[in-house]
Design a protein. Structure first.
Length: 146
C-alpha cells in the first residue's frame, strides 16, 4: 500500500525528471552537447533550451548557439560580457526595442529598420541580416569543429 506522502513524493520526482515533450533537448553553451530537457538541466547556467534541428551536426549546433535560437535571437554569446549583460531576446523585444537594437550596433553591425513594416516583418528582416553577417564573418574552417 502506498501512502499519500509516498505518492506525492513519486509525483514530485516524475515532474522533476520528465523530459519536456515540446522541446526535448537542452544544449550546453560551451561545447554544443545535447542533453534531455529536464527541470534540473533547464535551471543549470550552462544549458539553454534547444529549438534547433536535433539531427544537426556539432558545427551546425554551434552556429545555432552563436546566432538564431528559434525565434529567440540571442546575441553576444561568444563575448566576455555575456555573463554581465543579459542577451538580447528577439522573441520578447518590442518593435521599438528591435529598431533601437539594430541601430545601436550591438549586434556586431548597424542596420536601420523600417518600423512601419510591423514587428513580424522587421524581425524577419533582422534575422536574415544577422545570418548574412554571421556567414560573412565566420572564420575559415569553422565547419570542422568536430
Amino acid at each position: 500500500m502506498i501512502t499519500e506522502q509516498q505518492e506525492a513524493n513519486l509525483a514530485n520526482h516524475r515532474a522533476k525528471t520528465q523530459q519536456d515533450k515540446k522541446h526535448p533537448f537542452v544544449i550546453n553553451i560551451e561545447d554544443g552537447r545535447l542533453m534531455p530537457n529536464v527541470q534540473a538541466l533547464r535551471k543549470h547556467k550552462s544549458y539553454v533550451v534547444y529549438r534547433g534541428d536535433v539531427h544537426a551536426s556539432l558545427p551546425e549546433r554551434m552556429r545555432w548557439l552563436r546566432g538564431e535560437r528559434g525565434t529567440a535571437m540571442i546575441l553576444g554569446l561568444d563575448s566576455d560580457e555575456f555573463e554581465e549583460k543579459p542577451p538580447f531576446d528577439l522573441s520578447k523585444a518590442t518593435l521599438e526595442d528591435l529598431v533601437a537594437f539594430a541601430a545601436s550596433g550591438e549586434a556586431g553591425f548597424t542596420m536601420m529598420l523600417d518600423a512601419g513594416k510591423g514587428l513580424k516583418a522587421v524581425r524577419k528582416e533582422f534575422i536574415a541580416a544577422v545570418k548574412a553577417h554571421m556567414a560573412a564573418t565566420e572564420p575559415a574552417g569553422a565547419e570542422d569543429m568536430t
